[in-house]
Design a protein around this ligand. Structure first.
Ligand code: GLA
Length: 387
């Protein structure tokens, strides 16, 4: 007779307890968590686009569409409980199709820049479109932000989830290999958006995916008064075309030291060569990483609304971009002109130009491997404890 499996029984008991807790967290709710899919227009090429709306039991709402896997709006409470949209974007598909600096989009196949639009891999040189000064930026002329993804929705133990899938063919935008990519957004009852990317390929290729939402936790105005902490002792210095010089520099004693909270605007006009190159902040920070897995990368707080965002990621870096290229010509939601620095991005990814930088962590995905990357955005108000 088999001896009684005490460990197994304990595991089963723990599982039942966790399952009960999971059910319980969604039970006492002011609203009912829901998920809907609605048509959201048609691209100029005639492809139908859908909008998926996820809500949680606190009324937090994330709307994302199949075009670019774009997060169109994200409504979270301020300290008095009033929901406000904290991301820049447009009211309709047409705005995104016409002209968008990657508002809310998933950027790929390679987020950020590749110098001169060229890289060599396994003895072959690949040429990409040069679409940003002398360099390739954000996946090319028609990157992942401008294609229509397939959507699946699911109610999961963590919360309502939408998963977008896109098959990028071999040679698309100059990249080698057919890449099957997916990104999912899960909205939890802890007011957290969990972002998970996966990709596989049939030929070696660089892959670097990110989420390009522009945050404004006040919902309007500029972002200069937001308080930011970035858990990075080093950053990636760049040349005047925003290509890394190849070294990693300490932030100590520079305007890039966000190891303790600083207002975004406090040092943004400093006479500093790196600030000049970016026209503000447009740099990758090298995250302090005591271990693998999710680490707290950044904390953003907005004093007036009290809203707070914590960003955690499995990536080695985070691009802090202060919307320096916004110039008031784009009219976004409700016709608001998006002036310079009215939104900021915290793009978790690998370092720019990694395919040409032998000392940077590799971004090459090979057949048989699975690219996996996770980032979470946890929203709260200023009483939370993480620093
Ligand atoms: C990234 C880049 C910026 C800019 C924006 C989009 O954040 O680093 O230089 O290209 O995307 O405008």
């Amino acid at each position: 007779m088999r001896p009684f499996d005490h460990a197994g029984a304990r595991r089963a008991a723990v599982f039942l307890l966790l399952a009960a807790v999971a059910c319980r967290t969604s039970a006492p709710s002011s609203t009912v968590a829901s998920m809907t899919r609605t048509p959201f227009g048609t691209t100029p090429a005639g492809e139908a686009v859908e909008l998926i709306t996820l809500t949680n039991s606190h009324g937090v709402e994330l709307r994302a569409m199949t075009y670019g896997a774009i997060i169109v709006s994200l409504k979270v409470p301020d300290r008095s409980g009033t929901l406000g949209d904290v991301v820049l974007g447009y009211d309709s598909l047409a705005g995104y199709v016409k002209s968008s600096p990657y508002f809310g989009a998933v950027v790929g196949r390679y987020a950020n820049r590749i110098a001169k639009g060229k890289f060599a891999l396994d003895g072959t040189t690949y040429t990409l479109a040069v679409n940003n000064g002398p360099n390739a930026l954000h996946g090319g002329l028609k990157g992942f932000d401008k294609v229509v993804w397939q959507a699946d929705t699911a109610h999961t133990a963590q919360g309502n989830r939408v998963t977008f899938r896109y098959l990028s063919r071999d040679g698309e935008e100059g990249y080698p290999g057919t890449l099957a990519a997916s990104v999912s957004y899960t909205l939890t009852d802890a007011n957290e958006v969990q972002i998970a990317y996966e990709a596989t390929t049939d030929k070696a290729t660089p892959v670097n995916l990110t989420q390009h939402s522009y945050f404004n936790l006040a919902g309007s105005g500029d972002i200069l008064g937001h308080q930011l902490t970035i858990h990075a002792d080093r950053f990636v210095p760049v040349d005047s075309t925003l290509i890394p010089t190849g070294t990693l520099a300490p932030v100590a004693g520079t305007p890039f030291d966000f190891t303790t909270a600083h207002a975004v605007g406090e040092r943004i006009n400093a006479s500093d060569e790196q600030i000049n190159h970016g026209g503000g902040y447009d740099h990758t920070f090298v995250l302090n990483r005591p271990d693998t897995g999710l680490v707290l990368a950044a904390v953003l707080q907005e004093p007036t609304s009290g809203r707070r965002l914590e960003v955690r990621t499995t990536e080695p870096g985070i691009q802090f971009y202060t919307g320096n290229f916004l110039d008031g010509t784009l009219r976004g939601k409700d016709g608001v002109a998006y002036a310079r620095r009215t939104g900021l991005c915290l793009e978790s990814h690998h370092f720019p130009d990694s395919p040409n930088q032998p000392n940077f962590p590799s971004t090459i995905l090979r057949p048989g491997e699975t690219y996996r990357s996770r980032t979470t955005w946890t929203f709260g108000v200023d009483s939370s404890t993480a620093r």
